[in-house]
Design a protein around this ligand. Structure first.
Ligand SMILES: *Cc1c(COP(=O)(O)O)cnc(C)c1O
Length: 513
């Protein structure tokens, strides 16, 4: 093979190799020079120390700051109108931009009174761990490296914490959405009546259908759509008065689908729904799956971690019967985004759904490539970050026990808040506070039914915009609910007292009748 030459054929002295190299060097020019590393490491030391000190100070004083504040239009405009910088800007000045334009205006989930949607808070040590992981910036597809052992170890610690079978197969992923996509892929492939990897869903002999409840998270529908089954294949079973899947209706739906020639293959149960914190009847779902030969997938995004507590583990009992579990560490394990995890009971099926070995990824007897691409062969992504490090460091520094204490505290706090809400005639609990989620509204005194939703939306917006707290909302049977979901390691009892006091105050202020 001859490399196309840049050197003109008629160049004199063509036989002198050193001369040819010299000509080549002159032609190419840019062969060495400044890199993306600083020219002056000392200067960077100074800036980096300042960044770390500022961020630790920011975390240490977060409770004194507004939970959320709306960015002024001028700030938004500055970000939106800046054209791509072609020339360098002084690092100090870029850091100042960060402090001015970005630091004050995130959604606020590191604050002790942030209870919106389902967000974690992060921790100072995991912040530093992310920095360390970025510094070594290793590729986590697999290979012979101790970071790979760290991920395997973190997975085995989590398996141990959740008391799952030792041989459970796992993978750290970006979040519960990705975890469910992976789990449902394994479920689909292993239950299909053809080789789906080879032939695709278009070759299925009978169309595959699966089940979840009307309260199941939307990410599961996305997963089903991505798997090529179509959203209609996901049957949404109605729930009971506690927002748990109705088991009788589940059985009826399976029977009906079977008799119309469809192939039921999976039931998705949830431990801790996003809406109200409900947990489906997991043991009953497991029984039906066993009887009907269906895959049992558990969406335990945050809720399954209640299993780490002695006091509340019973609320999610039965999770261990699932064939696959999707959950997040960036929610109720308080890790910085993004990190979720998928567990698949059957290692062989997990591997069979994803393993692939192109020439350039085969193992060789030594060197970096002596170990296989074990993570790539358990999921979708090839290049992966070393997200395991923050969990490894956190579990070592805090100890696993500390997480069960904090999770238990969050549930206690929800129970405390729900109890207090019931003490006020002007407030109404809208759903049972099952786990760490409290849905309620302000009903004031003689307030007209048609105004209640609007009033509560106004109260929610005010509580957020005044920087007091960030709950989110939900509609429960058409009723606008202020929804508090506590996956916050910083919240204290007084935060809930302040919150309720402000709700009552703002409710009174708005409830002009
Ligand atoms: C948050 C959540 C998800 C999605 O998880 P991501 O980490 O955002 O992908 C799925 N299910 C439930 C119950 C959730 O709360």
């Amino acid at each position: 093979m001859k490399q196309i030459s840049l050197i003109p054929e008629n160049t004199p002295n063509m036989n002198a190799d050193t001369h040819k190299i010299k000509i080549l060097e002159d032609l190419l020019g840019n062969l060495s020079g400044p890199t993306l590393d600083p020219e002056n490491w000392q200067e960077l030391h100074h800036l980096a120390n300042k960044m770390v000190a500022d961020m630790l100070e920011h975390l240490a004083t977060i409770a004194q700051k507004p939970c959320w504040q709306k960015a002024p239009e001028s700030v938004k405009t500055r970000i939106k109108t800046e054209s791509c910088p072609l020339q360098p800007t002084h690092p100090e000045s870029v850091y100042n931009d960060f402090k001015e334009l970005i630091l004050p205006y995130p959604i606020g989930n590191i604050h002790p009174r942030f209870w919106g949607w389902v967000n974690g808070t992060g921790t100072p040590y995991s912040m530093l761990a992310d920095m360390l992981a970025s510094a070594i910036n290793t590729h986590m597809g697999g290979f012979d490296q101790t970071p790979a052992l760290v991920e395997e170890q973190v997975l085995s610690w989590l398996i141990n914490m959740l008391a799952l079978p030792k041989q459970t197969s796992g993978l750290l992923v970006s979040g519960a959405t990705m975890a469910s996509i992976i789990a449902l892929t394994v479920a689909r492939n292993s239950k299909a009546d053809i080789d789906v990897r080879k032939l695709g869903v278009q070759a299925l002999k009978s169309p595959m259908v699966l089940y979840c409840s009307t309260e199941t998270h939307s990410s599961l529908q996305k997963a089903v759509e991505l798997l090529g089954l179509g959203a209609d294949a996901l049957r949404k079973i109605p729930v009971d008065s506690h927002y748990r899947m109705d088991i009788n209706l589940l059985q009826q739906a399976i029977d009906a689908d079977k008799s119309s020639g469809l192939k039921p293959f999976c039931v998705i149960g949830t431990a801790g729904t996003t809406g109200t914190g409900a947990t489906d009847p997991l043991k009953e779902i497991a029984q039906i799956c066993k009887k009907e030969d269906l895959w049992f997938h558990l969406d335990g995004a945050y809720g399954v971690l209640a299993a780490l507590t002695d006091k509340y583990a019973h609320l999610v009992a039965g999770y261990e019967l699932a064939d696959s579990i999707a959950f997040d560490l960036h929610k109720w394990m308080y890790m910085p985004f993004e990190i979720g995890c998928v567990f698949i009971k059957d290692k062989t099926l997990h591997h069979a759904a994803f393993a692939i070995e192109p020439n350039y990824l085969t193992t060789i007897p030594g060197g970096v490539g002596a170990e296989p691409m074990s993570f790539y062969n358990k999921g979708i992504e090839l290049t992966r970050s070393f997200r395991a490090l923050k969990v490894w460091i956190s579990l070592k520094i805090y100890g696993a026990k500390q997480f069960s204490i904090l999770i238990e505290r969050n549930i206690n706090q929800a129970q405390y808040l729900a109890y207090k809400i019931q003490q006020y005639d002007r407030l109404e609990l809208l759903a049972p506070a099952e786990l760490n989620v409290v849905c309620f509204r302000y009903i004031g005194n003689r307030i007209k039914v048609e105004r209640v939703n609007q009033l509560n939306q106004d109260i929610l917006i005010a509580i957020q915009e005044r920087g007091i707290a960030v709950p989110s909302h939900n509609y429960i049977n058409g009723q606008f609910a202020i929804r508090v979901c506590i996956t916050n390691q910083r919240s204290q009892k007084k935060d809930f007292d302040i919150f309720l006091e402000k709700i009552l105050q703002i409710g009174k202020e708005f409830n002009y009748e």
